[in-house]
Design a protein around this ligand. Structure first.
Ligand code: 5GP
Ligand code: MG
Length: 185
């Protein structure tokens, strides 16, 4: 017998249609903002954070009709229980130079904010012309560090979400809508 999919322990939060429309609108807005910033021949550099941002980035850039390039970083963060601090480790670095470039960081979700604030500090040291941040989902309530987000797809509660790039033990990233795990509410 086939296993039901998506499984019954998921509760829908945003339908695929709602997510797709919002991301399209956000891409249009971002493109409008950058159109006046970019000089002739200049390309925006979008940086996606692997793995979670790959779907959001793919949809977002296809709604942005401006010249741009795409690069990725891969980060992982560890919690040090003794020091009650977080370490971020870069598993894959940028391939493009960002000095003097307009940079848009694209992430799936802002939670505590530690990963993103670490990455923004790291990128700022390399002298970009500007850095903005776009996240598909924002859990403001969970923030532990200050984080300025320029573009938010959806503000969400603190439930654990899956789908649209977000995983649970690497599963569910490919679901086109967003769901919460029943156990997390
Ligand atoms: P933080 O902002 O806490 O440093 O880390 C954010 C990262 O935690 C995200 O990139 C994502 O990988 C993970 N994360 C935070 N909230 C959720 C969630 O609701 N669902 C999933 N699947 N991952 C989450
Ligand atoms: Mg992530």
């Amino acid at each position: 017998m086939n296993t039901p999919f998506p499984p019954p322990d998921l509760t829908p939060v945003f339908s695929p249609e709602v997510v797709a429309q919002r991301v399209k609108d956000l891409g249009t807005q971002i493109a409008t903002d950058y159109r006046s910033l970019l000089e002739p021949q200049e390309l925006l550099l979008t940086i996606g954070i692997l793995n979670g941002a790959f779907i959001f980035l793919a949809d977002l850039v296809r709604a942005m009709d401006i010249p741009l390039e795409i690069d990725f970083v891969r980060l992982t963060s560890y919690q040090d229980r003794l020091e009650s601090s977080n370490y971020v480790v870069m598993l894959k670095n940028l391939e493009k130079e960002i000095k003097n470039r307009h940079v848009l960081v694209v992430e799936d979700i802002a939670d505590c904010g530690l990963t993103l604030s670490w990455l923004l500090d790291y990128l700022r040291q390399m002298g970009p012309k500007s850095i903005r941040l776009a996240v598909a989902f924002n859990k403001e309530e969970r923030r532990r560090v200050e984080l300025a987000i320029d573009y938010v797809g959806f503000n969400v509660e603190k439930d654990f979400l899956v789908g649209y790039g977000l995983d649970f033990a690497q599963s569910y990233r490919h679901l086109p809508g967003v769901h919460k795990l029943k156990a997390s509410s």
